[in-house]
Design a protein around this ligand. Structure first.
Ligand code: ADP
Ligand code: MG
Length: 634
């Protein structure tokens, strides 16, 4: 007898199981949002700080929680959703295990503010790691619940470190900082399609990542309108909704693309583009995905390997034929095999019938290219677009969501640079009180363009500086590597196939191919090392222009200061000079400037920044101006 098998103490055992249920901030958000929906929410507000590792709050306008339930709701094994195992056969809710809140309490600090219809005021409860109430105070909240989770994994620095440092690569899918945000956004988007009438706000670090308005009740096809909130209404106007019944045991609703152009435009490298919903649950199911992709590839042979077009399959089946109790996050399901076969066959038949009979002539049509793409297409190429879409329904007015449609399904596999997430052009100021948070939910007018820290604002490039930078780069490149002109080939008649065209691979008017957006980043070894904190502050710069990354931040600031100082003088001396001419001139002057002068502009920029930070007078930063030959201060 070795006596090696020991009873694990309660805390160790709980921590182990909790870590399995809550693998990262994504699971916290998923569990809290699903609880809100189970409670009948029609508006859900999700906020994250530091990628969810410092704070996650989820607020809903559902029924609230009564005092008697609050005292047990965070204890393991307590659920209001089922009473016995057989209830799983008629489950109508996401939750049933009664372990999410208990697990979250175990790994973080939890407080819950809630108010039911009967409560005169809201109450905030604080919980310990055993899910017991340790503090209680009156609070301010309309009917509903706000759950605040802080200091996630504070007892497990190793996991925190891993989550903070992991890159969004294949083996850490969704468990990295950036992976977390894209995974949550992707999940909320799919959930938003499953719940068209629910309004969802997702904010990270004070910036709105994604929002979905509630679809108007009168909207004809709510699921399609909801998909429009995710992909953009323009794109979704090229989708159609089809329905099919399953011999009294279920139904299939699909939202499918009708044109090859849309298929190519919405294709992503992750299966999350295929939104699969079963009984309102967002799930993954390999066999269904395989059938879908097989039919898509048959119709649209241009779909590349490991590419998935955006579409929706919304399944409703008898709950008794379904088992969702497979994965800790209930993202997979099992079906009785006879029913599963029927379902797969029905999906295949439905899709084939749709493309054969309902839109037989449309599948090969391309879609109108987005405006910016079209601007660059020559006359010859516009002839191609003019053959398409002649009978198309008028496109719906584009919503803000359309502006980040391509970011929605962020690939899980490729590496995402560890830059701060700033996918939306909007910013929400973090509400300091419940009142403000309430207002945020009510009033979209709070959305505003991002406000950068003052010191950065002054160093953001004007369009003209951008032009000067590009000019400068051209000059530098010319002098570094003299361009030898390639003999021009005889112009061949242009042949463009639809797949290439839809990807933008079309010879432009200049004869060059119109390429997708490229980041001009130097090889790693040559890149200036920028401390992490600085990258955070300089995000506008890093987002604004590729030359920034090539010049180096300090050089860039120096050049920007030089432009700021020199441009007015140039324009004063040469009043007839156009802005287009100023930019190359500035670039040339900068290039010819001795290194020590450049350095001085760098110091000026630095001092200027510091003076702004210290809120002191900016006048002293001009003291170096006179070093630039011929420049005087007026
Ligand atoms: P489960 O969802 O499996 O029941 P949870 O730990 O997620 O387990 O939640 C425990 C209970 O807390 C739920 O059964 C529900 O009664 C209550 N609850 C949790 N979140 C909310 C909410 N936002 N609104 C109302 N009740 C809630
Ligand atoms: Mg739950």
């Amino acid at each position: 007898m070795t006596d090696a098998v020991k009873f694990l103490d309660k805390n160790t055992a709980r921590l182990i199981t909790s870590n399995q249920v809550i693998q990262g901030p994504y699971n916290i958000v998923k569990e809290l949002v699903e609880n809100a929906l189970d409670a009948g929410a029609t508006a859900i507000d999700i906020r994250l700080e530091n990628y969810g590792l410092d704070k996650v709050t989820v607020k809903d306008n559902a029924k609230g929680i009564s005092l008697s339930d609050v005292s047990v709701m965070c204890k393991p094994g307590y659920s209001s959703k089922i009473k016995e195992f057989s209830d799983l056969e008629s489950l109508r809710t996401y939750g049933f295990r009664g372990e999410a809140l208990a697990s979250i309490c175990c790994i973080s600090d939890v407080s819950i503010t809630t108010k039911t219809e009967e409560d005169p005021v809201a109450t905030t409860y604080k919980f310990n790691s055993d899910g017991e109430i340790v503090d209680k105070s009156p609070s301010h909240l309309n009917q509903g619940t706000l759950i605040c989770v802080q200091n996630i994994y504070h007892h497990q620095p190793a996991r925190r470190r891993i989550l903070l440092s992991a890159k969004a690569t294949a083996n850490t899918q969704g468990f990295s900082k950036t992976g977390t945000i894209s995974k949550i956004k992707s999940y909320l988007g799919a959930l938003g399609v499953a719940w068209p009438f629910v309004r969802i706000f997702f904010v990270h670090g004070g910036s709105l990542v994604w929002k979905k308005q509630s679809v108007p009740i009168a909207a004809g096809e709510p699921i399609k309108t909801a998909l429009g909130e995710v992909l953009g209404h323009n794109l979704v106007s090229n989708y159609k909704v089809i329905k099919s019944e399953l011999d009294e045991w279920g139904s299939i609703t699909a939202v499918l693309p009708t044109k090859v152009g849309v298929v190519n435009e919405t294709c992503q490298s992750t299966k999350s583009a295929l939104i699969l919903i079963i009984n309102k649950r967002v799930v993954r199911h390999k066999k269904i995905e395989d059938v879908l992709m097989e039919r898509f590839r048959f119709r649209f042979p241009s779909i590349g390997k490991n590419r998935y077009p955006a579409c929706v399959l919304d399944l409703k089946v008898n709950q008794e034929d379904l088992d969702v109790n497979l994965e800790p996050d209930k993202s997979k399901f099992m079906m009785r095999s006879a029913k599963e076969d029927q379902l797969l066959e029905a999906i295949q038949t439905m899709i084939d019938k749709f493309y054969d009979e309902e839109v037989p002539n449309e599948v090969n049509e391309v879609v109108e290219p987005p405006a910016n793409k079209r601007q660059k297409i020559s006359d010859q190429e516009t002839a191609i677009s003019s053959v398409s879409d002649s009978q198309e329904e008028p496109a719906e007015k584009s919503s803000p969501a359309a502006t980040f449609k391509l970011e929605f399904f962020v690939p899980e596999t490729p590496e995402v640079p560890e830059t701060p997430v700033q996918p939306s052009p909007f910013t929400l100021s973090e509400p300091s009180s419940e009142d403000e948070m309430e207002d945020t939910l009510k009033d979209n007018s709070l959305l505003s363009t991002p406000k950068l820290p003052e010191d950065i604002e002054d160093f953001v490039f004007s369009e003209e500086d951008e032009a000067a930078l590009l000019e400068l780069e051209k000059l530098v490149n010319q002098s570094d590597s003299p361009v030898t002109e390639e003999p021009k080939e005889a112009e061949a008649p242009m042949e463009v196939n639809q797949a290439d065209w839809s990807r933008g691979h079309v010879p432009g008017s200049s004869g060059n191919f119109i390429e997708g957006c490229q980041l001009l980043v130097q090889p790693k070894a040559q890149q200036p090392k920028i401390p992490k904190a600085k990258v955070q502050n300089d995000r506008r710069l890093s987002l604004s222009a590729s030359p920034c990354t090539q010049m180096g931040q300090n050089n860039l600031r120096a050049f920007n200061m030089f432009c700021k100082e020199t441009r007015p003088k140039l324009l004063k001396d040469r009043p007839n000079m156009g802005l287009c001419e100023v930019a190359p001139l500035l670039a040339r002057l900068w290039k010819d400037l001795p290194d020590e002068e450049k350095e001085k502009f760098g110091q000026m920029a630095q001092e200027y920044k510091l003076s702004k930070l210290n809120n002191s007078s900016v006048s002293n930063v001009y003291r170096y101006v006179s070093v630039f030959p011929g420049t005087t201060i007026s």
